[in-house]
Design a binder for this molecule. Sequence first.
Ligand SMILES: [Zn+2]
Ligand SMILES: [Zn+2]
Length: 368
Amino acid sequence: MKVTAAVMPERSGRWALETLELADPGPHEVVVRTVASGICQTDVHARDGYFPLEWPAVYGHEGAGVVERVGSAVSGVAPGDHVIMANPSCGECPNCRQGLETYCYNSQRIKQSGRRLDGSSALTRGATPIAASFFQQSSFATHSLASERNVIKVPADAPLDVLAAFPCGVNTGAGAVFNILRPQPGDAFAVFGVGSVGMAGLMAAKLRGCDPVIAVDVFDGRLALARELGATHAVSAAGGDAAAEVRRIAAGRGVKFSLEAAGTPEALRAAVDALAPLGTCCLVGSARPGVTAALEMRTIQYGRAVRGCIQGDSDVKTFLPHLVELFRSGRLPVDRLVRHYDFAAINEAVADMLAGRTIKPVLRIGTA
Ligand SMILES: [Zn+2]
Ligand SMILES: [Zn+2]
């Protein structure tokens, strides 16, 4: 079928909308009519050539829409269902079999090879294959071909143009807190970088009863919103020693838990230096391949831990519906993070995200 997709023609170029051909669904695939798609730093990493996909390519890995067709073996969703498209996994490797799908051994091939699970192309221009199937969806298009495993049914009365923030960004930040750090009421928590991932982590820490909840960022506008969303303290990382300030706020000892959500060596160093002895830093910030960070060995020796995290360690089939319910009950106000853009304004949306003007850009691609 013919679809309109935002195509990246070359490394670090500009997106352009173009008509392409989408393949028919295989037995375990689902065609989703895309209503909205979040934009994430990972799409920009792909644009700039940090993944195996070549160009031209179609990215997007936070799709939300309505099921249009299902493959012959699909039983979990049916045409007309509202869905979000999440992190894909193989379901067969040792980690997937243990329920640790976010650490799927085949994840790079499944997310970033540009191909479907059977190795074929989902999108073509005439007879020429286009790199697609990004996270088995490529949601920067009016229709996506997803795998059955990464399509999550959501309530039909929930706004798809807000739920498009959930599959990667909100999932990652909230999952790091709910699934990994698991703080108790009264535990001191600090988040370094309050973009969409950090802000989701902050809201989750607030729900767990953390106190204080300290937000650190270089952008004053983000810090102001963090205060509105529950941060008890806001610390500017633009000047001075943010780690020392966080330790001072946290009774002079430091925090029990920190979340590194900026993806920079400086933020990781500060997020570790801000910990109390035996504290844990969870690293969710998306650094590019090859980036290294220096930590003081003696700091780590006092029982401090750094734990990496992909996609919130979450079982997407159960965790994402849980987060959607928290949103619907008003306890996880993700809509406060979102700014909407027309599909054709994708270049502007990405520029605003990278400049810190927009926390979570969501493209409006179709209507429910
Ligand atoms: Zn796997
Ligand atoms: Zn992402």
